[in-house]
Design a protein around this ligand. Structure first.
Ligand code: SER
Length: 340
């Protein structure tokens, strides 16, 4: 007998960290993970089985398929936006071919146990691309179908994989090839920049916010790589994890689309600096623009319209900007570096 479980790919990353903790605390389903690297020991004991390997390895996916009956997949493995610009072909392999492998794996899972597999996919504000700062200022909040002209490889990959997921989606069963019919229940969230108190991102372009806060807490000077006026949406990590769980649990009948914006707050880099200085008075924060990373942030919207997520599956972040800093980031980050 195969065991019914939840699968998390890229489980050792930032979102995976918070997600494993939440899912393990709920205890409703055993968790299995795939990641290139072994999990942090604090997470490893929360999971039923840890596969160390790549989503590009179809033999590994076959092995998982033969041993486990998976009803939910959180496909988190990806190469983020800044790193993807250094190795665009590798980014495409991991972000697109990897996602295709995991979607096809989900389809095979669903066929073997006869029920659709719920497939959660973190997409990104990187799926958007605004041509210039005047347009960014003028359009304000963007809706999901607007400005879908990404400038990064990562953004292209995320936008395309939203379409790929929709192709596999059970709602497309009339259109898709018969052998694909109806076994992947694909649900994507376009995340804003995420800020965790527990982990640091690597290779993203929204990283200036978390890097600024973590550096300040350690008493290290930080040179922010975008201009003070740079503005994109952000969210505290617990709300991002909660959003994935809420969308996973939503009744499919409530969902009229497969891809949803969400957001919590959208401070400028200068406003983030001011909040960091209010929490860590001795912090030294300067601005040294990196031209390429600035161009990426300038192409991302200043805000997103999250009304579809609010009305269709009741999305509502717990932390606004002030409370994200005062209740989540500053106390937890301070405690983290005081004890290490
Ligand atoms: N935070 C990601 C990045 O900066 C965007 O999804 O690449």
């Amino acid at each position: 007998m195969r065991k019914p479980v939840t699968l998390i790919t890229g489980a050792g990353g930032e979102i995976g960290h918070g997600l494993i903790e939440r899912l393990a605390a709920e205890g409703r389903s055993a968790i299995i993970t795939i990641d290139l690297l072994p999990l942090d020991p604090t997470l490893a004991h929360e999971v039923e089985r840890e596969f160390v390997g790549s989503i590009l390895d179809t033999n590994l996916l076959e092995r998982v398929l033969s041993e486990y009956e998976i009803d939910t997949i959180y496909h988190l493995a990806a190469i983020l936006s800044t790193r993807g610009e250094f190795t665009p072909v590798t980014a495409h392999q991991v972000n697109v071919e990897g996602t295709l492998n995991v979607l096809d794996f989900a389809q095979a899972q669903g066929e073997s146990h006869g029920r659709p597999v719920t497939f959660l996919y973190p997409s990104s504000i990187a799926a958007y691309g605004l041509p210039d700062l005047d347009t960014k200022a003028r359009v304000g909040k963007v809706k999901e179908h607007e400005w879908n002209q990404p400038m990064t490889m990562y953004g292209c990959n995320k936008l395309y994989c939203e379409h790929l997921g929709s192709y596999y989606n059970l709602h497309y069963k009339q259109l898709a090839a018969e052998h694909l019919a109806g076994k992947v229940d694909f649900r994507a969230i376009r995340f804003p920049g995420l800020i965790s108190a527990v982990t640091l991102p690597s290779g993203g372009t929204s990283d200036f916010a978390p890097e600024m806060i973590h550096a300040a807490a350690q008493g290290q000077p930080y040179a922010c790589f975008v201009r003070p006026d740079s503005r994109i949406p952000f969210m505290a990590m617990p709300d991002a994890v909660e959003a994935l769980l809420t969308l996973a649990a939503a009744d499919r009948g409530q969902l009229r689309t497969n891809v949803y914006n969400i957001t919590a707050f959208n401070p400028s880099a200068a406003e983030i600096r001011d909040l960091v200085l209010a929490g860590f008075g001795a912090a030294s924060i300067t601005f040294e623009t990196d031209v390429k990373r600035q161009a990426i942030v300038d192409s991302w919207p200043a805000d997103v319209d999250d009304s579809a997520a609010k009305t269709q599956w009741g999305f509502s972040p717990r932390f606004d900007l002030e409370h994200a800093f005062s209740e989540y980031l500053i106390p937890n980050i301070r405690a983290r570096y005081e004890t290490t």
